[in-house]
Design a protein around this ligand. Structure first.
Ligand code: AKG
Ligand code: FE2
Length: 258
C-alpha cells in the first residue's frame, strides 16, 4: 500500500477524488471503535441529527486553538498523511461523527479554516455520500416553485450546470478512506441523506466499493439476489462512525495572542 500512488485510487470524473477500499484492517476498526466509545461521555457533542467528538482542538475562523491528538488517532492520521502525500504538514484535527441509520449530514462545504484537502475514514454501516455542484455553478436556475413538486431529489437531475459540473455520489464502505480536494472540495457541497436505505446506483466507485468480500451483507435486505442488483440499495442497519481528518494550517500557540 505504502508504495502505491494515491493516483491509482482516483474515482469518477474529477481529478481529485480518491477512494481507497480496505484502508484499515478489521482489528484497526475495532481498535478505533473501542477508543471512540471508551472516551469520556463528555467528549460527545449532541447535535440535532447526530453526535460528534472533536479532537485536536477548537477550530476558529482564524485558526486552531490546539490540543494534542491522542496516539490512538495519530497512528492513523500519520498513515493518511504518508499515503496521500497531499497535506502540507501533519493532520492536526479529527472530527468524529456518529450516524444512526436514519441520520445524515446536510449538504455543506467545509469551513475556510481548513487546508483544502479532506480525508474521511469510514467505520460501521456503509452510506452513500452525495456531491452537488455549488449553486453558483447552476446554469439556468429552475423555477423555485418547482421545489415542492413530487420527485424530491430527482429535481436535481433537471438542473443544468456550468463547465461540466454534475451531481454524483460515492459509496463509502466500512474501513475505506475517501480523500478529496480542489474542485471536489470547493465547487461541490457534500452530504449524506437522513434515510435508512441508500441507493448506490451509478456511484462513481461502484466497482471498487463492491469488490470487498464483506460487501454482500450490506446490500439490500431482500433475499432475492436479482432484486439486490436491480435496486442497488444498501440498508443502513447499524451505526456509522466517520473520522474526518484535516489540517488547520494556522495554529495559535498562545491563547492571548489569538
Ligand atoms: O461523515 C462523513 O462522511 C462526512 C463528514 C463531513 O462532511 C464533515 O465532518 O465535514
Ligand atoms: Fe464535510
Amino acid at each position: 500500500m505504502e508504495e502505491e500512488k494515491i493516483g491509482n485510487y482516483k474515482v469518477g470524473s474529477l481529478p481529485t477524488l480518491y477512494y481507497i477500499p480496505d484502508f484499515i484492517t478489521d482489528s484497526d476498526q475495532s481498535f478505533l471503535l473501542n477508543n471512540i466509545y471508551g472516551a469520556p461521555a463528555s467528549k460527545w457533542k449532541l447535535l440535532k441529527n447526530r453526535r460528534l467528538q472533536n479532537w485536536g482542538g477548537v477550530v476558529h475562523e482564524k485558526g486552531l486553538l490546539p490540543q494534542v491528538l491522542p496516539p490512538w488517532l495519530t497512528n492513523f492520521t500519520q498513515k493518511i498523511y504518508d499515503v496521500s502525500g497531499l497535506f502540507s504538514s501533519a493532520i492536526n484535527h479529527v472530527l468524529i461523527n456518529e450516524y444512526l441509520p436514519n441520520q445524515g449530514i446536510m449538504p455543506h462545504q467545509d469551513g475556510p479554516a481548513y487546508f483544502p484537502v479532506v480525508a474521511i475514514l469510514s467505520l460501521g454501516s456503509p452510506v452513500v455520500m452525495d456531491f452537488t455542484p455549488h449553486a453558483r455553478l447552476k446554469l439556468d436556475s429552475q423555477d423555485d416553485t418547482d421545489k415542492d413538486s413530487e420527485g424530491g431529489s430527482f429535481e436535481i437531475a433537471k438542473d443544468k450546470w456550468l463547465d461540466g459540473h454534475h451531481p454524483f455520489s460515492i459509496l463509502l464502505m466500512p474501513r475505506s478512506l475517501l480523500i478529496f480536494k480542489d474542485k471536489a472540495y470547493s465547487d461541490y457541497l457534500h452530504g449524506i441523506r437522513d434515510c435508512a436505505v441508500h441507493c448506490y446506483d451509478g456511484a462513481v466507485n461502484e466497482t471498487e466499493a463492491l469488490k470487498q468480500n464483506e460487501s454482500d451483507r450490506y446490500l439490500s435486505s431482500s433475499e432475492d439476489a436479482g432484486r439486490k442488483e436491480e435496486y442497488k440499495n444498501i440498508s443502513r442497519t447499524s451505526t456509522r462512525i466517520s473520522l474526518t481528518c484535516r489540517l488547520v494550517p494556522k495554529v495559535h500557540r498562545n491563547l492571548f495572542r489569538f
